[in-house]
Design a protein around this ligand. Sequence first.
Ligand SMILES: Cc1cc2nc3c(=O)[nH]c(=O)nc-3n(C[C@H](O)[C@H](O)[C@H](O)COP(=O)(O)OP(=O)(O)OC[C@H]3O[C@@H](n4cnc5c(N)ncnc54)[C@H](O)[C@@H]3O)c2cc1C
Length: 358
Amino acid sequence: MYDVVIVGAGPAGSTAALVAARLGLKAAVIDRLQPPREKPCGGGLTPRTWKLLNRLGVEYPVYGSCQNIETRAAGYRYVLRKEPILITRRPEFDYAILRQSNAEFIKDHVLGVEGGRVLGRAGEYQGRVVIGADGATSAVARSIGVVNYRQHKSHAIAYMTIARGPTTDTCVIDFDAVVRKTGRAGYAWVFPLEGGANVGAGVGWGSWLDLRSFVVEYAEGAGYKPGPVLGHPLSLGYTAGLGRGNVLLAGEAAGLVDATTGEGIYYAVSTGAAAATAAYVALKIYGNEKRALEIYRGLVEPYVQEVKKTRWLSRMAKTLGTMRWVAKLLGRRLLNLYSKVYTGEATYSLLLKPVERR
Ligand SMILES: Cc1cc2nc3c(=O)[nH]c(=O)nc-3n(C[C@H](O)[C@H](O)[C@H](O)COP(=O)(O)OP(=O)(O)OC[C@H]3O[C@@H](n4cnc5c(N)ncnc54)[C@H](O)[C@@H]3O)c2cc1C
């Protein structure tokens, strides 16, 4: 019997394992893939994310960075010079956090949770608290009836490639290229790495699925030689609940991804840490695992509120985003406000203040 069984070794699960270990909990991490495993991702660590990792004292590998952020929207180009976005590679990033936890790792494909037991294809695992950190298509969440990501409108799909070519100091976020090609909301990105870039694109689910060839075309057009193209769904905008009974959902398993940008690592690390902390308080302070979920809810409420706001903002952006006059009037001002959010200087309340009910 473990104190905590964690399903998923992404940033949410690995951070939960690290914090659980520091708090002296006996933890096991189960993943269907042996780490280091690939996870399609832009690898962009916004300033609020790397500041959080630094505060947690986590070491992580960085393969590139950008000081300039060039946004292309409605025919305009805006360049902001801010604190850098650091670019990592997910196999190495996730594995680095997991290794620092020294947690027991079990390779198994989890089918769900039943009566507090985690059921895998190869075995059953008993934890006083279970943390479901198994990402966008979470089997844990489905098994406790909290969410089925396919039933919700708030999901997206994104493809990426590690491409060879010039190294620059600029991250490109290009809404125009996706709108031109598809007529739908979404964006392409170029995030610089040593000897090339992470190039990709994401759109709302079902809006246009031939993103794979678009990513190849886009990378070549930007002067890069694309490698293999990988895709993955995203579960955005908090459509789930946070758990049930002794099961807590962290990161993308709870839909905790920014619906306007697709940024998920920040929320995965934050809520992974919060889930392990809640397990510790419930087990070691109250001696009652049934209290873990209520404690977790309290800890992550600010993140849930933030992500809910992004759902609203993304609907607004879909309506207004392609209108040239909006970009002209508000473009630079909006981007400046956005940059305050991803650097961690402010929350989305800042953007929504003018329209929020008092
Ligand atoms: C193409 C793309 C680009 C992105 N770019 C960025 C970016 O630049 N910056 C950013 O912040 N976010 C980005 N995101 C979002 C980010 O990748 C995710 O939000 C983040 O990985 C969520 O972390 P997580 O730990 O919750 O889940 P994941 O990282 O998805 O980890 C889940 C883990 O659970 C395991 N698992 C799944 N099902 C099972 C099962 N049944 N049994 C056992 N194990 C299982 C998986 O193997 C995986 O290791 C991007 C997403 C995509 C798709």
